[in-house]
Ligand binder design. Structure first.
Ligand SMILES: Cc1cc2nc3c(=O)[nH]c(=O)nc-3n(C[C@H](O)[C@H](O)[C@H](O)COP(=O)(O)OP(=O)(O)OC[C@H]3O[C@@H](n4cnc5c(N)ncnc54)[C@H](O)[C@@H]3O)c2cc1C
Length: 460
């Protein structure tokens, strides 16, 4: 059997590894548009901050590691067309056009940076100092500009996960950062009551944050790059040496679409939980496809965690397996300087839109016993369903070192298991004073939610 995977990132490589792991006799070819298979895109901001050097250390596995698994890598090879009926993939490399036959195909072509209709972003490009950040190629282009032109000022368009990480990366190098965000607060995936903590952290580190600012166009002038925007209905402009646009990702699914695959939410390819596209012998995984969500049904959160899992399932099922993607609950975390912000599940408005009866409470709980030095508060918002008592979501913001990321994982596990808010108090969580409390911060916050729902009646 010959399995062909398109894409050398989280989804494509996970699929290839899984297939070879389950059946070391299967022939696996991975077709990769560039020369950098299995690089950690998620680590790019830490290359720019200087925390991770050299860039080669961003490789999850080296070329030799991958080949040692028995997979064949076709690097610098662009997949151009899928012939579903004849199970042939057209490719283009330095030698020209050719075809590869397959028995089963797995498409992991991922996502591309979005431009959000901002005029000039696409046209100006890296040679003019206008960058996006998604691939190794984008990384090299930005790195080259930083080395060659030593920009002192940068505008980052967007203040979501990646934009915030890049703000830290630039600031760590001494670049003065202006961050422009369309919404009323940074990190729109959190309630503003918590996102404001991230905003303050940015200001404390010298980032000039402008919320409520909708960027319309980027222009190159004699004095630098000018970003034209609207703030409160009025035109405003900001100037810098470099512009980085981080305004989202769009599925890179054209090969599948051209082959006749159905497209779902956010123009991502529709797949079932076995990662089947509906086209015979064609699976797909990662940022190009929709994601099954345990609370919402279907969503599109382009995340590395999801791409790895989906790729593994596609690899198993291409061999004839029956594995199913169990679903995401939308767990995400970001470090912004010395603050960690995390969420899992749904926020109140998302839960209401999905037909739940949500209510949200906020608690502040210490990360460990206050008498032990270094205790720090964690802000936690809990959303639960008032009819069923089920946990629907949690959002947390704490200082670095408060184990905020691992605490969100407890809520994610509870969501996966379908626990009620009350049941979280029954969880046997660890405790020692330097690291926690007898009632962990996770439980202090859910108990606050329960108290608000069922206030203790004091006799008159
Ligand atoms: C800066 C940054 C930081 C991030 N941080 C996090 C994080 O902390 N946590 C998290 O969970 N997620 C994070 N993400 C998201 C995560 O990186 C993606 O969800 C993940 O990389 C998706 O993997 P993928 O394999 O689906 O697609 P991609 O990573 O987009 O890879 C697509 C692959 O397909 C190849 N390809 C595309 N078209 C073709 C073609 N026609 N022919 C051949 N090959 C092709 C590309 O060369 C590439 O190898 C981050 C993303 C970015 C940009």
């Amino acid at each position: 059997m010959h399995i062909v995977a398109i894409g050398g990132s989280d989804a494509g490589i996970s699929a290839a590894l899984r297939a070879r792991e389950l059946d070391p006799t299967v022939d696996v070819t991975v077709v990769v548009a560039d020369a950098y298979p299995n690089y950690s895109i998620c680590g790019i901001p830490y290359y720019f901050s200087g925390d991770v050097q050299p860039w080669q250390s961003l490789a999850h596995r080296t070329h030799a590691d991958l080949e040692a698994t028995g997979m064949r890598l076709r690097l610098d090879t662009l997949a151009t067309r899928i012939d579903v009926a004849n199970r042939r993939l057209s490719v283009r490399d330095a030698h020209g056009d050719s075809e590869i036959g397959y028995d089963e195909l797995i498409v992991g072509t991922g996502a591309l940076p979005a431009f959000a209709g901002i005029h000039g972003l696409d046209a100006l490009g890296p040679e003019c100092g206008v960058h996006v950040i998604h691939s190794t190629g984008d990384t090299f282009a930005l790195d080259q500009q930083l080395k060659d032109r030593d920009p002192r000022t940068a505008i980052i368009i967007g203040a979501e996960y990646v934009g915030l990480e890049m703000a830290e990366g630039f600031a760590s190098r001494g670049i003065r950062v202006t961050q422009l965000q369309r919404g009323p607060e940074v990190l729109s995936t959190l309630d503003p009551e918590l996102a404001v903590v991230v905003h303050t952290e940015l200001l404390d580190h010298g980032v000039d944050v402008h919320t409520g600012t909708t960027v319309k166009a980027v222009e190159k002038t004699a004095t630098g790059l000018v970003v034209h925007a609207q703030y409160a209905g009025e035109p405003v402009s900001h100037t810098a040496d470099l512009v980085l646009a981080v305004v989202g990702a769009r599925p890179n699914a054209s090969r599948l679409e051209d082959a006749g695959a159905s497209v779902g939410a956010f123009r991502a390819v529709a797949v079932d939980q076995q990662m089947r596209t509906g086209l015979p012998h064609v699976f797909a995984a990662g940022d190009g496809v929709i994601t099954h969500h345990r609370l919402l049904g279907v969503t599109y959160p382009p995340l590395g965690t999801t791409a790895h899992k989906q790729g593994r399932i596609a690899g198993e099922n291409a061999l004839g397996g029956q594995a199913r993607f169990a679903g995401s609950v939308g767990t995400q975390v970001v470090k912004v300087f010395d603050v960690v912000a995390a969420r899992t599940g749904l926020r109140e408005h998302e839960a209401a839109a999905a037909g739940y009866s949500p209510a949200t409470t906020q608690a502040i709980a210490d990360d460990h016993k206050r008498y032990y030095p270094g205790a720090q508060p964690i802000n936690i918002r809990i959303t639960g369903d008032t009819h069923t008592g089920l946990l629907l979501g949690a959002q947390l913001v704490g200082r670095l070192g408060t184990e905020t990321a691992k605490r969100v994982d407890t809520y994610a596990t509870a969501l996966f298991a379908g626990l009620t808010v009350e049941q979280i108090s029954d969880l046997d969580l660890s405790y020692t004073p330097p690291l926690g409390s007898a009632w962990d911060a996770v439980q202090t916050a859910t108990q606050e939610w329960s108290r608000a729902r069922h206030p203790v009646e004091v006799p008159a």
